[in-house]
Design a protein around this ligand. Structure first.
Ligand code: GLU
Length: 281
């Protein structure tokens, strides 16, 4: 049994898509074909009897396009207003597409405050569990409209790992605009080598990760490595793969050797809050 071949037996799967995987690079407008394929892939996983959670970015990008703003907003209030407009649109589009397949979908918006307090964390976990038992695919994003610096995760790579840990998912798939982890930034260094498998996320890999190179999303390789540390310590396998073609989701599940696979290494005393830069309440 190889690690790739057991992926098909995973039962609870979190899939994260970044803004750059959902928009046309030239215009920044939504790539509806990709979105449609993503929804079809996720519904098909669900039809196989798996539990599926989607963590999606795109709120701010969609909001900013809706009001015709050219640059990424810098001011907090403007960012939050864009997120408020964009998140509603994003969910409307997802709902429309999921409905075509008669798939129940729901929305969960989180901040760090959803987690740091024991009671809140339990409540969030129960909500996820109940939604999954109802056969819904929860669609998760950060609550960008109200989250300020102190209570924000800051990027959806981290958020998706947090969600994986919270619900004890057994697989996290991060879809990005890069094929996986390389020994160096492949855009700048042609010698950079692809890494297919990571047994243990250690400092060596943390050093390897480079900063963000994407114009629309917020996560770079560094946030992905952090997400890998969190998700694998919580007991999930994690894969970073290229979301240019959303059919990669079923190819990963079929055990094809694509993307970088990080092996789960559950630590016995895993405590989610230790991984969040947040006070214990
Ligand atoms: N939550 C942000 C949004 O939906 C994106 C964060 C990220 O790309 O990591 O616009």
């Amino acid at each position: 049994m190889t690690l790739r071949s057991i992926l098909k037996d995973k039962r609870r799967i979190v899939v994260k898509v970044g803004t750059s995987s959902l928009t046309h690079p030239k215009t920044g407008l939504m790539d509806l074909i990709k979105m449609e394929r993503l929804v079809r892939e996720l519904t098909d996983l669900h039809n196989q009897g798996k539990e599926v959670i989607l963590v999606t970015s795109g709120a701010i990008a969609v909001g900013r396009k809706t009001i015709g703003m050219k640059e990424r907003p810098a001011e907090l209030a403007v960012k939050q207003a864009c997120a408020s407009i964009g998140q509603a649109r994003l969910i409307m589009m997802y709902q429309k597409l999921f409905m075509e397949y008669n798939q129940i979908a729901s929305q969960i918006l989180m901040t760090k405050n959803t987690l740091v307090n024991e009671g809140n964390r339990e409540n969030a976990r129960n909500t996820f569990e109940t939604l999954l038992s109802m056969g819904a695919i929860p669609i998760v994003n950060e609550n960008d409209t109200i989250s300020t610096y102190e209570i924000q995760f800051g990027d959806n790579d981290t958020l998706s790992a947090v969600v994986s840990a919270l619900v004890q998912a057994d697989l996290l798939i991060l879809l990005s605009d890069i094929d996986g982890l390389f020994t160096d930034d492949p855009n700048r260094n042609p010698e950079a080598k692809f890494i297919e498998y990571v047994n243990q996320v250690d400092e060596h890999f943390e050093r390897m990760a480079k900063g963000a190179s994407s114009d629309v999303g917020t996560g770079g390789m560094a946030t992905k490595i952090n997400a890998a540390r969190l998700a694998t310590s919580a007991g999930a396998d994690m894969i970073i793969a290229n979301g240019a073609d959303m059919s990669i989701i079923h190819r990963i599940m079929d055990g094809e050797r694509i993307g970088t696979l990080f092996k789960a290494n559950r630590t016995d005393d895993f405590y989610l809050i230790d991984y969040l830069d947040a006070p214990r309440i």
